[in-house]
Design a protein around this ligand. Structure first.
Ligand SMILES: [Zn+2]
Ligand SMILES: [Zn+2]
Length: 266
């Protein structure tokens, strides 16, 4: 069985990710228009009928903007915790009750051939989730919005073979940029986003030979760019005397362009 991952879109203007096994697949978040999701999947020769559902990380619009239409037009279920559902559903919501699936926190459930565990991360929504997705001995962890890596999320992040982790902002670009002080403080806070140095330091401290792929995700449009994120990562590893000779493979996920399809080998 295959274990494939790709990003359809990653960043503060829209997030959507795909995990599949060659037969079935799952989407994580639907923060771009449903028409774009369908188009990207079609371009990758992934039939919509093979998508078994959408996992939802949290209620911010860059993660759920396309959700209602995607569910309605494709008759798909969506999976998240009660707390996240409470933060998404309002009296005006047009999400059909038939689409709503409630999942436990820190407890495995099974979907599309994968064992999946949702874990809480620190971010400024009522509840925000990361997902740990396992098939056989292959493990993917995705955490796209988190202000710091806490004791609860760290073990999931350390256990991944393929890690999709936020590297949201370059600390100097944020500090010297035009955002108002309250917004800078919000982004930098423990419940905001991870900066390039934060992510790179954690990775350098915890890199293991199990880790085969690092995907840097959710880069800010205004306060970061792929060159800065990569330079910080390589620089931090070099400072610690860790050489990166092609393993783990480092990929920066783009904002508006789907990534390559990454396959985890068993
Ligand atoms: Zn986000
Ligand atoms: Zn968010």
């Amino acid at each position: 069985m295959n274990f494939n991952f790709c990003s359809l879109s990653s960043g503060s203007s829209g997030n959507c990710y795909y995990v599949g096994n060659g037969f079935h697949g799952i989407l994580i978040d639907a923060g771009i228009p449903a028409t774009s999701i369908r188009k990207f999947l079609r371009n990758m020769m992934i039939p919509m009928e093979t998508i078994m559902g959408v996992l939802i990380t949290h209620n911010h619009s860059d993660h759920i903007r396309g959700l209602e239409v995607l569910l309605r037009k494709n008759n798909l279920p969506a999976f998240t915790t009660r707390e996240v559902w409470n933060s998404i559903l309002s009296p005006h919501s047009r999400i059909s009750p038939d689409c709503i699936r409630e999942i436990p926190l820190i407890k495995k459930f099974h979907l599309a051939g994968f064992d999946i565990e949702a874990f809480p991360v620190c971010h400024d929504s009522p509840e925000t989730l990361g997902f740990h997705i396992v098939a056989g001995n292959r493990k993917l962890t995705i955490a796209t919005d988190l202000g710091h890596i806490c004791q609860t999320s760290a073990p999931y992040i350390k256990a991944a073979n393929l890690l999709v982790i936020e590297s949201n902002y370059d600390e100097l670009m944020l500090m010297n940029g035009g955002y108002p002080p309250f917004l800078k403080a919000r982004i930098k806070s423990d419940n905001g986003h991870l900066g390039n140095h934060q992510t790179s330091s954690f990775l350098a401290d915890n890199v293991s030979e199990n880790l085969t792929h690092i995907c840097l995700a959710h880069l800010s449009k205004n306060n970061n760019n792929p060159e800065k994120a990569l330079a910080t990562l390589y620089g931090t590893f070099a400072d610690r005397g860790i050489s990166l000779n092609g393993s783990p493979k480092i990929i920066v996920l783009e904002r508006n362009t789907p990534s390559e399809m990454i396959s985890l080998l068993s």
